[in-house]
Design a protein around this ligand. Structure first.
Ligand code: OAD
Length: 253
């Protein structure tokens, strides 16, 4: 089927949906200049061993290396901006809410670009790279609670190292956020999955649960992914080009 026809079909269904769940992954931020995790050659994990850098044991082994790696990623996020995919999703939220329909955006991304683009209700499954947590007490720390004389800096309350507010390998996802995401997936009648390889659990189960509960599943990805086999429509293309087309289409209804 021609691509435009697939866009039209996905948009028509979306225009008639009542409860939308969107799941985003690193591909949504690729056009903002943030490296994805698994894209060959340029993915972050192609250059580093994730167990080394993104795990509690890696942090215990070499806190300075891990902290500096995250500082680099933070400054990359600070240097870059949301792209048309993020803005299209913020617009989609407004369209849904203004017509009293349910909209939930679940993201695996830690860059905060969805909020920067104007999305209001974002479930961040893997945390947020701008935030800081106490490594020992595992609670969020404000700037005033951080002593910055060492690398990594230290928690003013207990003297232990500060860590980035993201979920690492081997750690649990924030329980309330995760429960809410699955609850919304079970109730959804439409699930839009964008720019994720669908290889990391539990996030990858969100579209599966939505589909099993009767939702229409549409995927946008530049390549086929683990989600493609369960999608009703696969839109092969860049998120920053495809999503604005869908938003333009649904405004016609
Ligand atoms: P991946 O790097 O695994 O997958 C990125 C996906 O985006 C791939 O399927 C690409 O084909 C697709 N893609 C790349 N550029 C795109 C574009 N411009 N438009 C549309 N699609 C594009 O990233 P995630 O699936 O997000 O977790 O990875 C999931 C989790 O794995 C991450 O949140 C991270 C990592 O371990 C933690 O750090 C806890």
């Amino acid at each position: 089927m021609p691509f435009q026809e697939l866009i039209n079909n996905a948009s028509e269904k979306l225009a008639n949906a009542d409860r939308l769940v969107v799941l985003t992954g690193a591909g949504v931020s690729a056009e903002s200049g943030i490296a994805t995790f698994r894209d060959a050659m340029q993915g972050l994990w192609a250059k580093f061993n994730p167990e080394e850098l993104a795990s509690p044991s890696g942090f215990r082994r070499d806190p300075k290396l891990v902290w500096e790696w995250y500082e680099e990623r933070r400054s990359n996020v600070a240097r870059n901006r949301p792209n048309p995919a993020h803005y299209a999703l913020a617009e989609l939220e407004k369209i849904f809410l203004s017509s009293n329909r349910k909209f939930t955006l679940v993201t695996q991304n830690v860059d905060g670009f969805h909020m920067q683009a104007g999305s209001n209700n974002v479930l961040e499954l893997h945390g947020n790279i701008v935030k800081n947590r106490c490594f020992r007490e595992d609670r969020l720390l404000s700037d005033a609670e951080i002593e910055r004389e060492t690398v990594p800096p230290k928690c003013k309350h207990c003297g232990s190292y500060v860590r980035p507010g993201v979920v690492w390998f081997g750690e649990n996802l924030p329980q309330d956020t995760l429960s809410e995401a699955f609850e919304k997936a079970e109730k959804a009648d439409y699930c839009l999955v964008i720019g994720t390889s669908g290889l990391v659990q539990p996030a990858a189960s969100i579209p599966v649960v939505a589909r099993q509960s009767g939702a229409f599943v549409v995927e946008i990805n530049s390549l086929e992914s683990a989600i493609t086999p369960i999608s009703h429509i696969f839109l092969q293309g860049k998120a920053g080009e495809t999503l604005p087309q869908i938003v333009t289409e649904i405004k016609k209804y």
